[in-house]
Design a protein around this ligand. Sequence first.
Ligand SMILES: Cc1cc2nc3c(=O)[nH]c(=O)nc-3n(C[C@H](O)[C@H](O)[C@H](O)COP(=O)(O)O)c2cc1C
Length: 197
Amino acid sequence: MDRIKVLGISGSPRKNGNTEILINKALEVCKENGADTSFISLAKKEINYCDGCYSCIRNSKCVHNDDAREILDEMVNADAIIIGSPTYFASMSGKLKSLLDRTFPLRVNGYKLSGKVGGAIAVGGSRNGGQEFVCREIQNWMLLHEMIVVADKKTAHFGGIAVGRRPGDVVDDETGIKTVENLALQVMETIKKIGKR
Ligand SMILES: Cc1cc2nc3c(=O)[nH]c(=O)nc-3n(C[C@H](O)[C@H](O)[C@H](O)COP(=O)(O)O)c2cc1C
């Protein structure tokens, strides 16, 4: 069997922030459990909004030629995708939402993400700052791509959920980091159970 490929995407516009730390923690656990991993931070990426022009239905490609193209290719090549976002007003970041909207061509041209395993991670400055809503939003996107959404494994009830405000704060949230590790374990266990897609 080919090696399992796990892609981690940090949806924060902030370089070296908490979301990046958490995604890398999840990828570390996937690696320890036999996966090849790749990491993408949206921090320095140029991602235009979806214009809703529907030309991707006719031409299979988006009219925008920006960094989203390469990221979509990486998604298609992965067996599992772990996506993290900072909590912004109890939602995902605008940057991540822009990317996820731009994945429309993958859905309308043959459900290219179908059967891939997906996990969500959210970090916020407050303990009950809306992280669960953010995980849910990411998971909804996964469901609409026919992905297999996983979460609960011991403490990762709704995904990886952590607290931290300034960059790096999250390393002190041991409970939150544990949920991220548990999520990554669940991602790996699920792929091993169902086989690569
Ligand atoms: C525009 C904005 C809105 C925010 N809204 C929330 C919020 O609703 N709940 C919360 O807990 N934290 C909120 N925060 C705090 C961030 O989620 C927190 O700083 C997080 O660690 C940022 O992650 P990053 O370091 O990966 O960018 C907000 C921050 C910004 C900039």
